[in-house]
Design a protein. Structure first.
Length: 143
């Protein structure tokens, strides 16, 4: 697990065990969205340690379901308890209707299929970043 400082409208923590997917996703998100990936975990244990650790939190968690060890479903459940204000998104190759319902029941705000809905994920993240920027501008104008 690595952690970097935040400097964008939106901060994200990624739970993804596939290095190629993780690196491409981080590069795409940081290039196309006003978003900074704070760090990542490759398994359930690393994600749970991060969630329960001392840190400022994040605005968005992107969680894969099937990990090198453990499951993203347990991470999703814990994320709802540890970071209830964060947006929780599942990104998986196994986004079947049943799995989508299960993830939503565990607190996911959205579920995206890695193979068919990456543009939808980017649009969702862009919407979150735009809203965060507007909220910050409104707070600044009131000060």
């Amino acid at each position: 697990m690595e952690v970097q400082p935040a400097s964008a409208a939106l901060t994200c923590f990624l739970v993804e065990d596939n290095a190629v997917i993780r690196e491409n996703l981080v590069a795409t998100l940081e290039e196309m969205v006003d978003l900074r990936v704070l760090g990542h975990a490759v398994d359930e244990g690393g994600a749970l340690r991060w969630l329960s650790g001392e840190h400022p939190g994040c605005d968005l968690l992107i969680i894969d379901i099937f990990l090198a060890q453990g499951t993203g479903l347990n991470v999703l459940r814990a994320a709802g308890e540890q970071l209830p204000d964060a947006h929780r998104v599942v990104l998986s190759n196994y986004a079947t209707p049943d799995m989508r319902q299960r993830c939503l029941a565990l607190g996911a705000h959205k579920v995206f299929d890695k193979s068919a809905e990456l543009e939808d994920l980017l649009a969702y993240c862009t919407g979150l970043a735009d809203a965060a920027t507007r909220d910050a501008a409104t707070r600044s104008a009131r000060s």
